[in-house]
Design a binder for this molecule. Structure first.
Ligand SMILES: *Cc1c(COP(=O)(O)O)cnc(C)c1O
Length: 465
């Protein structure tokens, strides 16, 4: 299959280039449903304050303080269910816990019929302590410790995804010494890397995850795994990237994974029963992003795999997928209070909020784009070009690089950054000894803290010197 490579060019410039930015939305009071959690609305009877789950953000700020991650429970459950329903009973949906994991979330996933990916002892402990059945947990990671592997096997996890030759032997050995046979998949790299609108098909892979298909390494890994008594090899795993909108990367990946299944059948007379296509499906961070519905994704992936298997005369394996961001990302926003405001003539206005890179590292780390809105009131003031920054001692401490906010914005106003459910709380830090914000779940007019705010006592408890 020939595919052209589209090397990703730089998508961002420090100054807004001519023609890049469409300018402020017609009405800054409008909340684009694409980027906001489902129950978010602006209440025009109450001075235009924004509500979520039936509670207004001023009440949330008074009750729980700022900054806070506010998570719409109905939206989370609805998205989880949509993925589950879209893939039906012949497939499994594993929520990628690294996007955001807490015990409440584990219970919701369990109730909605999803499985769970973990990639550390800490994530495994969280999942088990919230009652996720071990056989619905998959254990990932490129450098699982002996301790982690032992706990996972003892707990009876449904699968361990093997990521290296050492690990094949290690897991087999530990399973055998525990008198068990562990179900495993082998993670391979298929030479496809996908990000947002482009994917790149390369001949070899230069990354830490997986075992390369190239050069016969993946086939050799399969050979070894099939020989070891401690392992039951159930399938092949591939995860190609993140924030992907274009399905063609999955198409190439599925083609190559099925090619390996065919080689395994030809060499060993074994048809592996499962194939995992990973996660990485994109969400809307700004109005420019157009994610696909789970139903479309399920249909496309199922068709691709079925077609490839028919062509290779293989029984179609059971498919699994691992969405993280696509489930939790859109369900939460970060609520901040505006502090200082600094207009720089001819440039932009720096709006400082009471959090920053400690609660959202994605802008600094990946040059991620976000949007922002004034949520404590409506405003019909002229738009001003703003940059939303945090309170950290670091000039790269930017939350939203370029956004329009009302020109009458003032200290004490509440602003919110939508689509922060994934990879924000889970990547949060204590930089500058800032206290990590709580996660507040809202539903039917009630708010409930599911991860509490850190306190100075929490910080000092760890400091035992
Ligand atoms: C990170 C990861 C995922 C989830 O990625 P999203 O972009 O959150 O969907 C799924 N599978 C594996 C193996 C991962 O590493």
């Amino acid at each position: 299959m020939s595919r052209s490579a589209h090397p990703a060019g730089p998508r961002h410039a420090d100054v807004l280039p001519e023609g890049h930015y469409s300018g402020p939305a017609a009405d800054l009071n409008e909340l684009d449903p694409k980027v906001w959690a489902q129950t978010v609305t602006r209440d025009d009877d109450a001075n235009g304050v924004v509500t979520v789950g039936g509670i207004d953000v001023k009440t949330l700020a008074e009750r729980h303080g700022t900054p806070a991650y506010v998570l719409d429970e109905d939206d989370f459950r609805q998205r989880a269910r949509a993925w589950r329903t879209a893939f039906g009973h012949d497939a499994d949906v594993f929520y990628a816990g690294k996007a955001f994991l807490s015990r409440a979330v584990v219970r919701w996933l369990h109730e909605e019929g999803l499985n769970l990916d973990v990639c550390s002892g800490g994530e495994l402990a969280t999942a088990l302590s919230a009652g996720m059945p071990a056989d619905r947990i998959a254990f990932h990671g490129n450098n699982k410790s002996v301790g982690e592997i032992t706990r996972a096997i003892e707990a009876g996890v449904g699968r361990i995804v093997l990521d290296s030759f050492q690990e094949i032997v290690r897991v087999a050995h530990i399973a055998q010494s525990l008198g068990k046979r562990q179900r495993v998949q082998i993670r391979i790299t298929v030479g496809v890397e996908a990000h947002t609108h482009e994917f790149i098909a390369t001949a070899h892979e230069d990354q830490k995850f997986g075992i390369p298909l190239a050069g016969g390494q993946a086939a050799e890994a399969v050979r070894r795994a099939l020989q070891l008594d401690g392992l039951e090899l159930i399938g092949i795993h591939s995860h190609i990237g993140s924030q992907i909108f274009d399905m063609s990367g999955f198409e190439v990946a599925a083609h190559r994974v099925v090619g390996l299944l065919k080689d395994i059948r030809d060499e060993h007379g074994v048809e592996l029963p499962e194939i995992d296509l990973g996660g990485g499906l994109g969400i809307a961070y700004t109005s420019d992003d157009d994610p696909r519905e789970p139903h479309d994704i399920a249909k496309a992936l199922t068709e691709i795999v079925t077609r490839e298997c028919d062509a290779a005369r293989l029984r179609t394996p059971r498919i699994s997928v691992e969405p993280g961001r696509a489930i939790v990302g859109p369900t939460a926003f970060t609520l901040y209070e505006v502090g200082t405001i600094k207009p720089l003539d001819g440039l932009r206005t720096y709006v400082s909020v009471d959090g920053g890179m400690s609660d959202n590292i994605r802008t600094a780390l990946y040059d991620a784009e976000y949007s922002v809105a004034l949520v404590s009131r409506r405003s019909d003031a002229e738009p001003m070009l703003a940059r939303v920054v945090g309170k950290h001692c670091e000039s790269g401490d930017i939350v939203v690089k370029d956004a329009f906010l009302p020109g009458d914005l003032a200290p004490g106003d509440l602003v919110a950054v939508p689509a922060t459910g994934a990879y924000c709380r889970s990547m949060a830090s204590n930089y500058n000894h800032v206290l990590r914000p709580p996660v507040v779940a809202v539903k039917d007019g009630e708010s409930r803290v599911i991860v509490r705010r850190e306190t100075e006592e929490d910080l000092l408890r760890l400091d035992v010197g």
